[in-house]
Design a protein around this ligand. Structure first.
Ligand SMILES: NC(=O)c1ccc[n+]([C@@H]2O[C@H](COP(=O)([O-])OP(=O)(O)OC[C@H]3O[C@@H](n4cnc5c(N)ncnc54)[C@H](OP(=O)(O)O)[C@@H]3O)[C@@H](O)[C@H]2O)c1
Length: 237
C-alpha cells in the first residue's frame, strides 16, 4: 500500500495514474495556512503503508522525513526529484514535465523513471508500476538534471517567447507556429539526420548579425549570444 504526500502537480498526476492502475493508496497534504485540515493526521494516513511517496518540493523532502522519522523509519521512502540525492529517501525521477492539467491515460505507463544505482530495484521502489526505468550513479544526478532543465525548461521559455511575440508584436495567430514546433520535435526524434537548420547550421554570419541587430534591447539577445558561444560560433571572427 502506498501513501502519496503532497497536493502539487506531481502528486495530482500520480494519484490519477494510481487510480487508473487500480493501485491502492492514501493521500495526505499539509493543511493550507489559515484553514483547518479535513485530512486525517499524517500518522494515521501512512500507518498501513509500506511505501511513502514524498511528492513535495525538493527542499522540503529531507526536513519532512527527519521531522516524521519515528513514523517513516520503517517505510520505503521515495521522492521524485531529479536532482536531490538523499540518505533518507530513494530518488526515482519521472522524466516528464507535469503541469496542472492531467494527461491522457496512455501517457502515464510510458513515463521513464531514472533511478539511483544501488538504491533498490524498480519493482521494490515502485511496486505495481511497469514503466520503463534506467539507472544512473547518484553522482551523475546533478548533471542529468541540469540537462533536463536546459532541454525541457529552457526550450519552453524560448517557445513561450516565440508564441507570445507572434501574437503580441507581429499580430500573427499563435497557432500559425504550431506546425513549426511539431516538425522540430519530429526532426529531433529522428536521430539519423541532423535536426538543426537555419543560420547556425549554415554558419551564415551575415544573417546571424542581422538577427542580433534585430534583438537589440531584447533580453533574449544575450540568450542568442550564449547559444552562439555554446555552438562554437563567434560573430566577431
Ligand atoms: N512538475 C514537474 O514537472 C516535475 C517533474 C519531475 C519531478 N518533479 C518533482 O516532483 C516533486 C513535486 O514537484 P511538483 O511539481 O508537484 O511541485 P509543486 O506543484 O510546487 O507542489 C509542491 C508540493 O509540496 C508541498 N510542500 C512544500 N513544502 C512542504 C513542507 N514543508 N511540508 C509538506 N508539504 C510541502 C506543497 O504544499 P503547499 O501547497 O501547502 O505549499 C505542494 O503540495 C519535486 O520533488 C519535483 O522535483 C516535478
Amino acid at each position: 500500500m502506498y501513501s502519496i504526500i503532497g497536493s502539487g502537480r506531481v502528486a495530482h498526476h500520480f494519484s490519477h495514474y494510481f487510480e487508473l492502475l487500480g493501485l491502492p493508496f492514501k493521500r495526505w497534504w499539509r493543511p493550507r495556512a489559515g484553514q483547518d485540515s479535513e485530512n486525517p493526521p499524517f500518522e494515521e494516513v501512512v500507518a498501513n503503508s509500506s511505501h511513502v511517496l514524498l511528492l513535495i518540493s525538493d527542499g522540503a523532502i529531507e526536513p519532512f522525513v527527519r521531522e516524521n522519522w519515528t513514523v517513516l523509519e520503517e517505510k520505503v521512502r521515495v521522492h521524485f526529484s531529479g536532482s536531490l540525492v538523499s540518505s533518507v529517501s530513494i530518488g526515482s525521477h519521472p522524466l516528464l514535465s507535469f503541469t496542472s492539467t492531467l494527461y491522457p491515460a496512455e501517457i502515464y505507463p510510458r513515463i521513464p523513471f531514472i533511478l539511483e544505482r544501488d538504491r533498490g530495484q524498480f519493482h521494490e521502489v515502485l511496486p505495481g508500476l511497469e514503466n520503463p526505468h534506467y539507472l544512473i550513479d547518484p553522482s551523475a544526478k546533478a548533471y542529468y538534471h541540469a540537462l533536463c532543465v536546459l532541454s525541457g525548461n529552457f526550450t519552453t521559455l524560448l517557445w513561450d517567447k516565440f508564441f507570445c511575440e507572434l501574437s503580441d508584436s507581429l499580430d500573427i495567430p499563435q497557432e500559425a507556429g504550431f506546425l513549426y514546433l511539431e516538425q522540430i520535435c519530429s526532426n529531433l526524434k529522428n536521430r539519423d539526420i541532423p535536426a538543426l537548420t537555419g543560420p547556425l547550421a549554415r554558419r551564415d554570419l551575415g544573417t546571424i548579425e542581422a538577427n542580433l541587430k534585430a534583438l537589440e534591447g531584447d533580453r533574449y539577445r544575450e540568450v542568442y549570444l550564449g547559444f552562439l558561444k555554446a555552438f562554437g560560433l563567434n560573430p566577431d571572427d
